[in-house]
Design a binder for this molecule. Structure first.
Ligand code: DAH
Length: 345
């Protein structure tokens, strides 16, 4: 029946959708072209009995009109979209891409590595979960040394929840990498060992249970304390400025003999005395010394043929001096307001 066909097409036509101008043109052809479905109904209309012509004729005209209107409406929408797209300025400079920032500790670590690499040091790394031998034993720590105490060192339980004496621990200094390098390489050795270390400390502005160190080690024939001093003076000037002075004070570490602690002239007041250097004009930045012959021997290096120096510094300490970060906790809180301040560094 023609009436049914008109009604069903009417329902279809009201809901027609097209994703683009091509699809719309296909719809126009489907319904309105010479061979289109609506045109076909007009052909059928010729055979309709006279008494139905009036009603069906009106319906058919309405169908054609609605179809045309719907198609025109969609066409206008596409044209409007196209006009909008044509307005795009493809030559416009794009908005800047937001880049992440490097962490201040990484920046400083990289700078330390970079400075020492210019005098021949390469980087060596070692595990953070270590054993007693590499962290203490081979480094000449006496069996009863307090660093081995639970108060200072985190020990790793071999069985979860079972606290048995164990020699697996989180390294408390990067000097452990010295022993790993010396047992696996032959002199001459010239390495820098950056990394994270752990100590059993209550967290506060001035102490943390983990922090970062860079260890240096140089083993060769005839290495002297004067070589150590020269290398450290060069480093200090590169890091803190050409006017920087250094001073070495006698100290003690089990793995070096003689040992020293090194101060630099306070880079905040220039050495005249301020609250940062507590009025002394000097700030301590590292420990160092000549590698103890016992350590060389424990690592299989002939201490009569070779000598060497070592030094170790805290990356947080150097960062504090360079960027005045007062609270150590800022380094691990990942507050973007803090980290963003290093964007241009
Ligand atoms: N390992 C020492 C510490 O954690 C730092 C240190 C001092 C390293 C003297 C050295 C050194 O290599 O010679 O406090």
């Amino acid at each position: 029946m023609l009436k049914d066909s008109i009604q069903s097409l009417m329902a279809q036509v009201n809901g027609i959708k097209a994703n683009n101008a091509e699809e719309l043109e296909a719809l126009r052809i489907k319904y309105l072209s010479k061979k289109g479905e609506i045109t076909a109904l007009f052909n059928e209309f010729r055979n309709v009995p006279a008494d139905q012509k009036r009603e069906l004729g009106q319906m058919l005209n309405q169908l054609r009109q609605q179809t045309e209107e719907r198609i025109n409406e969609l066409k206008e929408q596409f044209e409007a979209k196209q006009a909008e797209a044509d307005k795009l300025d493809l030559t416009r400079t794009p908005d800047p891409i937001a880049l992440g920032t490097r962490h201040p500790l990484s920046l400083v670590k990289e700078e330390i590595v970079d400075i020492f690499s210019r005098i021949g040091f390469t980087v060596a790394e070692g595990p953070e979960v270590e054993d007693d031998k590499h962290v203490y034993g081979m480094l000449n720590f006496a069996p009863e040394h307090p660093a081995r105490d639970m108060q200072d060192t985190f020990f790793v339980e071999k069985e979860i929840g079972v606290q048995k004496p164990t020699d697996v621990l989180l390294r408390s200094h990067t000097s452990s990498v010295q022993t790993r390098v010396m047992t696996s390489q032959k002199p001459p050795i010239r390495v820098l060992c950056p990394g994270r270390v752990y100590r059993n400390e209550a967290i506060s502005a001035r102490a943390h249970c983990f922090f970062h160190q860079v260890e240096g080690l140089y083993i060769d024939k005839n290495v002297s304390f004067a070589d150590l001093r020269e290398a450290l003076l060069y480093f200090s000037k590169e890091m803190f400025g050409a006017e920087t002075k250094i001073r070495l004070r006698p100290s003690y570490f089990p793995f070096t003999e003689p040992s020293a602690e090194m101060d630099i002239s306070c880079n905040i007041c220039g050495g005249t005395g301020c609250s940062f250097c507590k009025g002394t004009g000097w700030v301590e930045i590292l420990g160092c010394g000549m590698v103890d012959p016992n350590v060389l021997e424990a690592c299989g290096i002939d201490s009569k043929e070779y000598s060497g120096y070592a030094f170790g510094m805290g990356v947080e300490r150097i960062t504090n001096l360079k960027y005045r970060v007062k609270d150590l906790r800022l380094f691990s809180e990942n507050d973007v307001r803090f980290l963003k301040q290093f964007e241009s560094c």
